[in-house]
Design a protein around this ligand. Structure first.
Ligand code: GLN
Length: 466
């Protein structure tokens, strides 16, 4: 099975390359890159770890599969001793006091973090333009956006600057940039990977997710970072997914797709046509394809944004300049909070905090916030019904093509609507993978809760079918 991780592992153990050279090469590529994907390079830290791997190999000791593999970290994950800025003015100088559980597991496996990656500030965005470090441009056409919020991570993987990257996905932030840059990106079942040390955006949908160039690499990284964590009470114990399990897709008999979402006027015709022809190829494999009727995109997007804004307004209330980040002093304490928050948050983040506090406030919460929670319950019941009829659900990743840099900033509403296909699966807390096949922005594969292995199985089948 194709795997960049295994290939590099083999090169390291057979001494075809040294780990220091490997890491230095990738650092050089990151340094020279003009896509804006880097917030900070971890050069001396990474090279020191690479040196230790080389010493082990020189002594004839065996190394683990992930040992010495350079990876990227979205700049919303704590990595002790490094800055974690969330691409914001607020935390521009903030140094992580501890390390996120998922990142710690990778460190324990010997993988080497080489870069903190550009992203939308606090995960707020779908284009990676909401950042103090400048927009990230698409790996394949620099006039276009990289997608967001994990745009830097997707570009680094697409350009081979990192072997894999760790992103965060609240409403599509791993899957959508993966689609825009044509790589794999997984949002696992909510709770499969610990969120401890991932800066909270919307806690009820926040997920840690790997981006990589092959299904096999997604599997390897997922296995390494999954599992119960006492520091995140929403985590659950999962079993390792074996490599040969991916070859056994024969149990997948029926897949569904959302006919109503494809019929929406906002759907880009070429994406729709490519998606329908991908379904035909799947049918030709003897798999039944069923049309499903889901909530409409306006309802999905509104429900997600109401809940995400409400949760982010609560989560970000801790940032007032007292305990974290950049404080601006004014005449009195209340003024200091106000000035600190209005000067340090971006326009997009402020829009979400104001919107979130509005939907939570007395007089509005029943009609807006509680109604959204009720719709979310209905959506979960719908998914249960769907998965009684089909093994998997397939969808395009996005209704449209990646926009030009600058366009999303002029029209936030259009940006929110571009998330129509990703947010529903987030609200349902379902495992969903973007595969870089089928349409120009890829296809999503979704399974029932905790069936992440099925998603990978089908992705492997699609590698050979599309
Ligand atoms: N684009 C969505 C939003 O801005 C999703 C972002 C994310 O998953 N972090 O909320």
């Amino acid at each position: 099975m194709q795997s960049q991780i295994k290939q590099i592992h083999q090169q390291l153990t057979s001494k075809q390359i040294s780990c220091v050279d490997l890491v230095q090469q990738r650092l050089d590529l990151l340094k020279q890159n003009s896509h804006g994907s880097v917030n900070a390079l971890l050069d001396s830290y990474a090279l020191e770890r690479a040196q230790a791997v080389d010493e082990k190999i020189a002594k004839g000791e065996s190394i683990g599969l992930l040992e010495g593999i350079p990876f990227g970290v979205k700049d919303v994950f704590m990595l002790q001793g490094t800055k974690t800025t969330a691409s914001s003015d607020f935390l521009k100088q903030y140094k992580s006091a501890y390390t996120a559980s998922a990142i710690q597991k990778l460190l324990d496996a010997g993988a080497i973090p080489i870069v903190k990656e550009n992203c939308d500030s606090f995960g707020h965005g779908s284009s990676n333009e909401n950042t103090i470090f400048g927009p990230v441009s698409n790996a394949h056409d620099p006039a276009l956006v990289a997608g967001g919020s994990s745009g830097g991570s997707a570009v680094n993987v697409a350009k081979d600057y990192t072997v894999f990257s760790i992103g965060g996905d609240t409403g599509g932030s791993v899957r959508q940039p993966a689609g825009y840059n044509q790589v794999y990106g997984l949002k696992p079942t909510y709770g499969r990977i610990s969120r401890y040390g991932l800066m909270a955006y919307a806690s009820s949908t926040d997920c840690v997710g790997p981006l990589a160039k092959s299904v096999e690499d997604i599997r390897i990284v997922l296995n390494a970072i999954s599992g119960k964590d006492v520091k995140d009470q929403t985590t659950y114990e999962s079993t390792e997914i074996a490599e040969d399990f991916l070859e056994k897709a024969s149990g997948i008999k029926t897949v569904g797709y959302f006919k109503n979402l494809l019929e929406n006027d906002a759907m880009e015709p070429s994406i729709k046509a490519d998606f329908m022809s991908a379904l035909e190829k799947i049918k030709a494999q003897g798999i039944e394809v069923k049309a499903l009727d889901f909530l409409d995109s306006d309802t999905l997007v509104s429900t997600y944004y109401i809940l995400a804004m409400a949760e982010t307004a609560s989560n970000l209330s801790r940032l007032d300049g007292t305990n974290y980040g950049n404080r601006i002093n004014a005449e009195n304490l209340i003024e200091s909070y106000a000035v600190t928050r209005s000067e340090n948050f971006s326009e997009e983040t402020k829009r979400r905090i104001v919107g979130g506090n509005q939907v939570l406030s007395q007089g509005f919460s029943d009609d807006i916030y509680l109604k959204s929670l009720a719709i979310r319950d209905k959506l979960s019941a719908d998914f249960e019904g769907f998965f009684a009829q089909v093994d998997l659900i397939l969808s395009p990743v996005t209704p449209g093509l990646p926009p030009k840099i600058g366009d999303s900033l002029k029209d936030p509403m259009a940006m929110y609507l571009s998330d129509a296909f990703t947010v529903g699966f987030s609200l349902g807390q379902l495992p969903t993978l973007t595969v870089p096949q089928g349409t120009v922005t890829g296809i999503q594969i979704t399974a029932a809760k905790t069936d992440d292995e099925r998603v990978l199985q089908f992705a492997h089948l699609l590698e050979e079918t599309l």
